[in-house]
Design a protein around this ligand. Structure first.
Ligand code: GSH
Length: 223
């Protein structure tokens, strides 16, 4: 049985969606990142980087880095509707798209959420957040152009882990009206959100976002 460390307010939800798509049995162990649950000695034994998600495989390996965990699960369980197999003509473009989200979009979004960590003076936090947001939107523009020429998904007619990951990250932007300049991304995420097995997770994501905005307003977010 897999053990997934994750829980509220975390991108572990993307891994839960992969598990749902593949009907993969697992135990979810919530980590309270608002109260530094990810920095306890116990959790650091699971993932020394101190981040969630982390996955313990049935063999006892400890895996981390969300896109790596997701790709591992998709490949191990032969979920070729999420990850084109080695030798599939779509494989190269799939890897390019997935790594681009991991290397470019996800770090920019992390800086948006944790802008206070990237400044020396607290009064620079809003500017750091805006710069991070600009970087994220610039990445989205590249994806928008690709989808508008040959969507609805990143791989054309073929849904994949890229669209699922993209839909997770764009959730908070959509709620602020920031996705309006990206209609093709909006259409792609609407298709992903309508997937039968994922609807419950996107409902959780929306709920989590509203709750987190409330906590931020009271200055109770992750430090
Ligand atoms: N590169 C890692 C980053 C993981 C990450 O930053 N997770 C967030 C939750 S979404 C976290 O643990 N935040 C707590 C912190 O940075 O202190 C991955 O993609 O898994």
């Amino acid at each position: 049985m897999y053990i997934l460390y994750g829980g509220p307010f975390t991108r572990a939800l993307i891994t839960e969606m992969v598990m749902a798509e593949g009907d993969i049995a697992h135990e979810l162990r919530p980590v309270d990142i608002l109260n530094n649950g990810h920095r306890t000695p116990e959790f650091l034994k699971i993932n020394p980087a101190g981040w969630v998600p982390a996955l313990i495989t049935p063999e006892g390996d400890h895996l981390f880095e969300t896109p790596a965990i997701n790709l591992y699960l998709a490949e191990r369980h032969e979920l070729t509707h999420l990850a084109p197999a080695v030798g599939d003509p779509d494989r190269g473009m799939f890897l390019s798209g997935l790594f681009s989200l991991a290397d470019e979009l996800e770090p920019a979004m992390k800086r948006v959420f944790y802008a206070h960590r990237y400044v020396v003076r607290p009064e620079d936090t809003a500017a750091a957040k805006q710069l991070a947001l600009d970087a994220a939107l610039e990445r989205l523009q590249v994806i928008e152009e690709r989808l508008s020429k040959g969507g609805p998904y990143y791989l054309g007619e073929r849904f994949s882990l890229i669209d699922l990951t993209l839909s997770y990250w764009t959730g908070s932007l959509a709620s602020q009206g920031l996705l309006e300049p990206f209609p093709a991304i909006g259409a792609c995420t609407a298709l992903v959100r309508a997937r039968r097995k994922l609807q419950v997770h996107f409902a959780q994501l929306d709920e989590m976002r509203v709750k987190y905005a409330g906590l931020l307003a009271q200055d109770q977010g992750v430090k």
